[in-house]
Design a protein around this ligand. Structure first.
Ligand SMILES: C[S@@+](CC[C@H](N)C(=O)[O-])C[C@H]1O[C@@H](n2cnc3c(N)ncnc32)[C@H](O)[C@@H]1O
Length: 322
């Protein structure tokens, strides 16, 4: 009992000391400020005007929100009056074409993969889908999307940070339309990615780069990122050729918009189409074919399953990896 009281008294003493120390520090600062105010008022005014790092002291405006994050690729619509990136993707003809093929989005469930800075999300939301999920794995992209969501007042779109393949594997959602622009060629296993999308929808839009012997022959500078020999494997009864690539450290740039893994693969053009066919997509339309794209040949694919269009395939399963 006695020792408990002694202990309590010691604790109170040290607590008192700590408190007194803090109070003394505070007092010192106040007295110091009073002295400076009296003896060197100019210096005091300067000290007062120092802005704290975590604050923005100017008039609130969209540009402040944009400047908060580095690495912008996409421009914002002019009415926002803010400078972000340079690419005007908020009116991207590739997405307009995809929407033309699909028809009205009203009442539809849409998944967008790799929104980057939400330009396509904005375009998709304008067509009033019932649900719009946008999944991006890049932390900065996700944050930039949230800034755009606020600036463009997106109400339907929801953004999710993480791997779209995990999302496709685990979601129970059946989407009416999956928009995968600029992502297939960033995947470590692009065939698996197509399989997973095919399990969750009957209608896909893909814009992608691809490998092709004629359009990008050996020696073409655009093959420089390829590593090793072409690989081939049989999936769904078809031979799929792929080419491993590296980003060669490009991810140090804050505007980097590649995939999660350095090792990623490009598929051969015709194999993508044959694979989609093997997965039941019997209405395949192509557009914006650009064999001379500076990064590698590219095209848009709109792929739809006509037969199952109105069927309920909510319990669709991703095909097992063969
Ligand atoms: C080249 S950008 C395409 C941006 C936009 N969709 C377009 O077409 O302009 C690729 C986007 O996909 C995202 N991405 C890459 N791999 C991903 C993954 N496994 N899961 C989710 N997002 C991914 C990147 O972070 C980036 O935002």
């Amino acid at each position: 009992m006695h020792s408990k009281n002694v202990r309590r008294a010691i604790d109170s003493f040290f607590f008192g000391l700590l408190f007194a120390g803090k109070a003394l520090g505070q007092l010192q600062r106040i007295i110091g400020n009073l002295f400076i105010q009296r003896l060197a008022p100019e210096r005091f005014d300067n000290r007062k005007s120092i802005e704290l790092d975590q604050y923005v002291a100017s008039m609130p405006c969209p540009q402040n929100a944009v400047d908060l994050l580095p690495g912008w690729n996409h421009a914002l619509p002019p009415e926002i009056e803010a400078t972000a990136g340079s690419g005007c993707f908020y009116n991207d003809p590739r997405i307009l074409w995809a929407l033309e093929q699909f028809g009205s989005l009203e009442g539809k469930k849409v998944l967008e993969i790799g929104p980057l800075e939400a330009s396509h999300t904005y375009l998709l939301e304008k067509h009033k889908p019932l649900l719009l999920h946008a999944v991006d794995a890049n932390k900065l992209s996700f944050l930039r999307c949230l800034v755009v969501k606020e600036l463009l007042q997106l109400k339907i779109a929801r953004f999710f940070l993480g791997d779209c393949q995990e999302w496709l594997e685990q979601t129970t959602e059946k989407y009416d339309f999956i928009v995968a622009s600029g992502v297939l060629y960033h995947m470590m296993d692009p065939v698996r990615f197509i399989e997973l999308m095919a399990a969750r929808t009957d209608c896909i839009f893909i814009w992608t780069h691809y490998a092709d012997e004629t359009e990008m022959p050996p020696g073409d500078i655009r093959r420089a990122a390829f590593i090793g020999d072409m690989e081939a494997e049989e999936r769904h009864g078809v031979q799929i050729r792929s080419h491993r690539r590296s980003y060669h450290g490009a991810w140090v740039d804050k505007a980097f918009c590649g995939g999660i893994h350095d090792a990623h693969r490009w598929l051969e053009r015709d194999d993508i189409l044959v694979l989609l066919g093997a997965l039941g997509f019997d209405d395949i339309r192509l557009s914006s074919q650009q064999p001379d794209h500076p990064n590698g040949p590219a095209f848009s694919i709109y792929a739809r399953r006509r037969e199952r269009e109105n069927a309920d395939v909510g319990d669709a399963q991703a095909p097992a990896v063969s």
